[in-house]
Design a protein around this ligand. Structure first.
Ligand code: C2E
Ligand code: MG
Ligand code: MG
Length: 319
């Protein structure tokens, strides 16, 4: 149960109820199962959200969305194994808005459906352009729960692959672990249908959603993306390295690729290499890049010899 509380003097009763509603909204937003007392700042937050929501409705048609690509590396050979597509919103007044801010809004309003379609189509087109230039890069696209719930998803992926001519094996769909666990049986069916198209499936933010191992075996999964919180905890927490070890071993036992998210320093990279984690991405290697910058990175990266100590080269690349 979520409770919103407002008290004090208002010009009319409906204003007081409206403020209680705003507080209720805030209680739900903070994770439900709590009460929140109305504060005037909450009204501004609600107003801002409404404005952002209205702007988002036009963003796609106005061409304000764009996609960046963060390279994914093979951690043993330090070669580029693929890229993850990450959407951005170039807002006319606010500048670039990050997905953490507008994707939840898009999910609540259903706008994620056209946005998700647009992202998938752009990314597949881009992958084919790169392939035709001689850079065959696997592309990963994030798919949210709202999209996965819809019956037309499989058909849209199939049509997009056909229209662009992308090899299905070059496309990975990323589903967060929390999405998988909502209705595991329905999700397993949908993933199986997607898998039949020949695409790859990755579980995003793995380790945060308490998935049961029994279920994991039912999902046709190709990769586990170990959540950034485990990687960032390598130096500071004693559990993180043990958990990473366990997650990587789990992947090996199930024959699933393991990918580390958010590698920011050499000590983390070293630890992940010791654990034989397959692939990884993070600011140590590169931030999400626009297509031209990614092409530059691919071009220079392949000319570098990374044998003994990759670190000086990594530093050169990322500055
Ligand atoms: P995600 O799929 O887990 O993506 C990884 C996020 O971690 C990205 O944030 C990336 O920029 C960030 N990251 C990568 N390396 C590092 C690092 O070394 N350190 C730190 N601190 N962060 C790192 P971003 O681009 O802000 O995206 C956030 C989330 O928004 C994504 O998390 C994904 O869940 C969602 N998202 C992004 N694009 C899309 C999309 O097209 N569709 C949907 N449904 N969700 C999207
Ligand atoms: Mg992702
Ligand atoms: Mg993630």
């Amino acid at each position: 149960v979520s409770v919103g509380i407002a008290d004090g003097v208002r010009p009319c009763a409906s204003d007081l109820l409206r403020d209680a509603d705003v507080a209720l909204y805030s209680a739900k937003g903070a994770g439900k199962n709590r009460f929140v007392v109305f504060q005037p700042e909450m009204q501004t937050a609600v107003q801002e959200r409404l404005e952002l929501e209205m702007d988002l409705r036009d963003a796609l048609d106005a061409g304000q969305l764009f996609v960046l690509y963060q390279p994914i590396f093979d951690l043993q050979h330090l070669t580029i194994a693929g890229v993850e597509a990450l959407v951005r919103w170039q807002h006319p007044e606010r500048g670039v808005i990050m997905p953490d801010l507008f994707i939840p809004l898009a999910e609540e309003t259903g706008l994620i459906v056209p946005i998700g379609k647009w992202v998938l189509e752009r990314v597949c087109e881009q992958a084919v352009v790169w392939r035709d230039q001689g850079n065959r890069l696997g592309v990963s696209v994030n798919v949210s729960a709202v999209q996965l719930d819809r019956d037309d998803l499989v058909d849209h992926v199939r049509r997009t692959l056909a229209a662009t001519g992308l090899d299905p094996a070059d496309l990975t769909l990323e589903i967060t672990e929390t999405t998988l666990m909502r209705d595991a049986a329905a999700t397993a069916r949908r993933l199986t249908d997607l898998k039949e198209l020949g695409v790859r499936i990755a579980i995003d933010d793995f380790g945060t959603g308490y998935s049961s191992l029994a279920y994991l075996r039912q999902f046709p999964v190709d990769a586990l993306k170990i959540d950034r919180s485990f990687i960032s905890g390598i130096a500071s927490s004693s559990e993180a390295p043990a958990l990473i070890h366990t997650l990587v071993q789990l992947g090996k036992t199930l024959g699933i690729e393991t990918l580390a998210e958010g590698i920011e320093d050499r000590a983390q990279l070293h630890q992940l290499q010791l654990e034989s984690c397959d692939t990884g991405q993070g600011f140590l290697f590169a931030r999400p890049l626009d297509p031209a910058a990614l092409e530059d990175l691919v071009a220079t990266w392949s000319t570098i010899n990374h044998h003994s100590d990759p670190a000086p080269e990594l530093e050169r690349q990322t500055t």
